[in-house]
Design a binder for this molecule. Structure first.
Ligand SMILES: Cc1cc2nc3c(=O)[nH]c(=O)nc-3n(C[C@H](O)[C@H](O)[C@H](O)COP(=O)(O)OP(=O)(O)OC[C@H]3O[C@@H](n4cnc5c(N)ncnc54)[C@H](O)[C@@H]3O)c2cc1C
Ligand SMILES: NC(=O)c1ccc[n+]([C@@H]2O[C@H](COP(=O)([O-])OP(=O)(O)OC[C@H]3O[C@@H](n4cnc5c(N)ncnc54)[C@H](O)[C@@H]3O)[C@@H](O)[C@H]2O)c1
Length: 487
């Protein structure tokens, strides 16, 4: 239904989605497939952070880096991949991957599934109501018969350091979209963005100094992962400084070299500085105050992704802070879409029990993540420390991946390590972690084992092909059986 009142257009849909990142797009896709009408509101580009300034451009920058690194370890190929990366060619591939920061393809797709797109900044304006301010000053008042889903994602956080605001630091946006290789790049933060971007820009030709406040890289994974990744970065010539806390940033006039001042007074000079220090929810200006919620907060949800205390408001993807990953947000979107459709049809959500089709249970038990650094890192479920903190009686076994025939064939002198964490009560896997070339492709088997709670006794019957990296599973099971490699 559409009605025009002076300059404000009023429209009614079954579902209104705020934010057309990968997650918002999947929510509308699912509710449309269930026969509901839907509108989606986007302030920038349809496709969101992931498509233009996060997953896609970062992986386009990293793919040549990892391919070159692997090829250099394959006998007969070393000479063929001797020289530096062709940065301009890499940038051209990155630009093509992100559709040159144009979203025509997304517009066509949303059009083809019958979703109405509103361009502009959207805000809640009371229960089930959203107001959109368009780029030309046009305003639209949208009413949702059944549900509003906030899928507005997250943005980079800059710490409140003296001099930082005027120093024009890079965030993940500049680090993924720059077409200039800085001579010296300082990276602050040893999390996923810091490590991936340090890897990419070092390989593209920057001298990288990675400043890590804590004592290691990738602190959410098993400690051996960060150790191997730091060792490899250092071996390639990057500086990795741990226990390095930034106190101030100096860049006179906002241009020229930038100086980072560390606690204790040491300084590091660079041509650019990237702050990869975490994310904040994009909820400061989405009208949360009109529905009794705190602007700028992460939105708490139940397992059907419905905001705590509401019967019509959903928060899906980064904005709920359950797992800041595209694949996990899209999983939530499938669950939320099914739950919204079931509730709209008057169903009682009988499938809301753990692992049911209306419960995002995997968010608690089995979130997979691949970090595309060199060597790659991949993990799912609980680390040993997390499992122990959660009170499980566990045993972890480690194996060196060089013990696998497929590893030696994949790359000469292959170095990697794998760990599985076994729940001793039920003899099922709670988590698995891998570090080494190409281990990202090993992860889904681990995700299936953790999610399906496959007993260790049955895993013996899942025979990995010879000679692949997958044979690491056999080594892990043997180590567990023989009591070897126990951590
Ligand atoms: C550098 C980097 C690399 C990453 N790499 C990976 C990776 O390899 N794999 C992975 O799984 N994850 C990766 N991530 C995480 C991933 O980008 C996010 O988890 C994902 O983008 C979240 O999707 P989303 O739809 O929730 O939010 P977003 O992608 O942030 O989309 C939200 C959308 O909402 C819009 N919006 C916000 N407010 C409003 C408003 N008021 N009105 C209208 N529209 C609004 C925004 O413009 C945006 O388009 C990476 C993140 C970064 C920073
Ligand atoms: N391949 C992938 O899956 C991928 C790639 C990139 C990003 N992501 C997602 O994006 C999210 C954001 O990544 P991120 O790296 O920005 O966040 P993060 O939370 O992973 O890491 C931020 C790091 O910065 C440190 N830090 C915070 N404040 C600091 C300060 N003032 N000084 C120094 N260090 C400080 C933190 O201790 C932390 O280690 C992650 O949760 C991740 O899941 C995923």
């Amino acid at each position: 239904m559409t009605r025009t009142v002076e300059n404000e257009h009023e429209h009614e849909y079954d579902v209104v989605v705020l934010g057309a990142g990968p997650v918002g797009e999947n929510v509308v896709d699912r509710v449309r497939a269930a026969g509901l009408t839907a509108a989606i509101v986007e302030a920038e580009l349809l496709g969101g952070e992931c498509s233009y300034w996060a997953c896609m451009p970062s992986k386009a920058l990293l793919r040549p880096v990892l391919a070159r690194s692997d090829a250099r370890k394959v006998p007969g190929l070393r000479g063929a991949v001797h020289g530096p990366l062709d940065a301009l060619d890499v940038f051209a591939h990155r630009d093509e991957t992100v559709g040159h920061w144009k979203d025509d393809g997304q517009v066509d797709w949303l059009d083809s599934i019958g979703v109405r797109v509103y361009r502009g900044h959207g805000r809640l304006s009371g229960p089930r109501r959203v107001t959109v301010e368009g780029p030309e000053g046009d305003r639209h008042a949208l009413t949702a018969r059944h549900a509003v889903a906030v899928c507005t994602g997250s943005r980079a956080v800059l710490p409140p350091l003296p001099g930082l605001a005027g120093a024009r630091p890079w965030t993940s946006r500049e680090a993924t979209s720059s077409d200039r290789v800085p001579g010296r790049l300082i990276v602050v933060g040893g999390g996923v963005v810091g490590v991936e971007m340090a890897t990419a820009w070092h390989a593209l030709g920057s001298h990288v100094t990675l400043l890590v406040r804590g004592d290691g890289l990738l602190p959410r994974m098993e400690p051996f992962v960060g150790e191997r990744v730091a060792e490899a970065l250092r071996a390639r010539g990057a500086d990795v400084l741990t226990g390095a806390s930034v106190e101030a940033v100096v860049r006179d006039g906002g241009s020229g070299p930038v100086t980072v001042v560390l606690e204790g007074g040491d300084t590091v000079e660079g041509d650019e500085v990237l702050f990869a220090t975490g994310r904040a929810p994009r909820t400061e200006d989405v009208g949360l105050e009109t529905v009794g919620l705190e602007p700028g907060s992460w939105l708490d949800v139940d397992d059907s992704l419905r905001v705590t205390g509401s019967d019509w408001l959903y928060a899906v993807g980064d904005v709920n802070h359950r797992a800041l990953l595209t694949h996990q947000g899209k999983y939530q979107a499938r669950i939320a879409g099914a739950a919204i459709a079931a509730r709209a049809a008057g169903d009682t959500l009988e499938d809301a029990a753990p692992w049911g089709s209306h419960a995002a249970t995997a968010d608690h038990a089995a979130v997979p993540q691949v970090v595309f650094c060199d060597p790659e890192a991949a993990a799912v479920g609980l680390s040993l420390a997390e499992a122990e903190r959660a009170g499980h009686r566990v045993r972890a076994v480690d194996v060196e991946m060089s013990s696998v025939a497929g590893a030696g064939l994949y790359a000469h002198g292959y170095r990697g390590r794998a760990r599985m964490v076994v729940d001793l009560e039920r003899e099922v896997l709670l988590g698995a972690t891998f570090v080494g070339p190409a281990v990202g492709e090993l992860l889904h088997a681990a995700t299936v084992a953790v999610t399906a709670e496959v007993p260790v006794s049955r895993l013996w019957h899942a025979v990995p092909s010879y000679p692949t990296l997958g044979e690491v599973w056999l080594r892990l099971l043997e180590a567990y059986r023989d009591g070897a490699g126990t951590v």
